[in-house]
Write a protein that binds this ligand. Structure first.
Ligand code: GLC
Length: 446
């Protein structure tokens, strides 16, 4: 392990170089080999990294993503790059343009969604454009005028199709929709997903890209992931049918908190740029509803937020980074929030004495579920560190935010821009040259 890292200037130059290398023209691949297409929440974070480099290019990234939006308003979790293979399940497996009346014919997409962080990206585009001349400012403003309606439709779809009963929490029908694919949060719910004998055969592509199989989800997990896709296909990806047909349905507290804060961000943008009052009113109402929904999911004792397994009718108690969802959006009573901050900074998370850097691991090292090298079961994901540092800054917690940034940057000093890191040794893991890791670094160093 290198002990002397790059200077900040070198590091941001390398991060910019990385994004340029992963640029496919009008989209940035999530990573060069393992993820050769555009992922929805990756694209938003990538936009955050592109905005200080080029507002124009950042706008293109969001335009590409939004051009794949479905008729019902959903932003799909993958937009497939034309003519690129190398990922499974690809368009031929999802069959969205054939089966789903809401899906666009082109570009091709997956049939599920991902966390709604996009308002953050839009805000960054606008913020950076204000530092620039008139031409760049008008590129950003034209983008907002062109896409405002789409952004509101996206949020409206989440608020309606994914919270039909107005509980203030987003329902997910696939663990991949959480962005934390194999988090222990979903283990119990996946236990109830029993792949049918008629699950069409498949070959995984993720293992043939040099990825270490022991760090990736297992084959049993993969069968379940694909069985859920099969269930959706058989229902033609129809929002109205999913609640009935899916064997996996959970209310995700982390996605709900992101949604609460994203609605607030979008509402503020709407006010600043004189968008329709009714849109702003809806966004504020959704923000309030979801903030309350997140608070209602948090334990009285320590504030830790829980997901809800709809199929089993019970709260999910795992010790993962999602416990801290209320810190993203606020809304907890003061004492409870204080307890939750203490948990975040204490020995069960960022303050664990053996951590190489004081950043939140995806699963608590104290938990029985903890696996230091396994994807969302323990490793540190730099983009999550970024999200918390962003949210803390927004909430006025300047020092706390700066601490995460500093530690996140120390971790990034190795210059690998890894997808995730071993929490104790700091070893880079998963895919290297991961776009959103570079984006986080670029924003931190801006
Ligand atoms: C993995 C992650 C997901 C991410 C994708 C592309 O599937 O779990 O959150 O969007 O890779 O980076």
């Amino acid at each position: 392990m290198r002990s002397v890292g790059f200077t900040n200037t070198q590091l941001s130059a390398r991060a910019a170089y990385l994004l340029r290398g992963n640029d496919l023209g009008t989209m940035t691949s999530a990573a060069p080999r393992l993820y050769p297409h555009m992922w929805s929440w990756d694209a938003a974070f990538v936009t955050v990294g592109l905005a200080p480099l080029s507002v124009e290019r950042a706008v293109v990234e969001m335009d590409t993503l939004l051009s794949a939006q479905w008729g019902n308003g959903m932003i799909p979790h993958i937009v497939f790059a034309n003519g690129r293979d190398g990922y499974f399940p690809g368009p031929a497996r999802w069959e969205c343009s054939e089966l789903a009346f809401n899906a666009p014919r082109s570009p091709q997409t997956s049939g599920i969604t991902q966390p709604p962080v996009h308002a953050i990206a839009v805000q960054r585009i606008l913020d950076h454009s204000r530092r620039q001349g008139r031409t760049t400012r008008s590129v950003a403003e034209e983008f907002l005028d062109r896409r405002w309606g789409d952004l509101v439709r996206w949020h409206r779809w989440l608020a309606h199709a994914r919270d039909p009963q107005g509980r203030g929490r987003i329902t997910l029908y696939h663990g991949w929709e959480s962005g934390m694919d194999n988090s222990p949060r979903w283990d119990a719910a996946y236990g109830n997903v029993v792949p049918g004998a008629d699950l069409p055969p498949y070959t995984r592509a993720d293992l043939s890209h040099g990825a270490d199989a022991s760090m990736r989800p297992s084959d049993v997990e993969y069968d379940r992931y694909l069985w859920l896709v099969e269930q959706m296909k058989r229902a033609n990806y129809d929002d109205a049918k999913l609640p009935e047909v899916m064997s996996f349905a959970i209310e995700d507290v982390f996605v709900s908190a992101i949604f609460a804060v994203a609605c607030e961000v979008l509402a503020t943008i709407g006010e600043e740029y004189s968008k329709p009052r009714s849109d702003i009113r809806d966004l504020r109402a959704w923000s309030d509803r979801f903030r309350s929904g997140v608070a209602a999911a948090s334990a009285e004792r320590n504030g830790a937020a829980r997901d809800f397994d709809i199929k089993a009718g019970r709260w999910i108690n795992t010790e993962t980074i999602a416990m801290f969802a209320p810190l993203l959006c606020g809304g907890l009573p003061r004492e409870r929030e204080r307890a939750l901050v203490k948990l975040f900074e204490g020995p069960r998370f960022c303050g664990h004495p053996d951590l190489k850097y004081a950043v939140p691991p995806s699963t608590s090292p104290i938990s029985g579920d903890f696996k230091p090298r396994e994807y969302w079961r323990g490793p540190v994901w730099p983009v999550m560190t970024w999200l918390f540092s962003w949210a803390f800054a927004r909430r006025g917690w300047t020092e706390r935010s700066a601490r995460l940034r500093e530690e996140g940057l120390r971790q990034a000093q190795d210059g690998s821009f890894a997808e995730y890191y071993e929490p104790f040794t700091g070893a880079p893991l998963g895919s290297m040259q991961q776009s959103w890791t570079a984006a986080a670094v670029l924003d931190w160093l801006d």
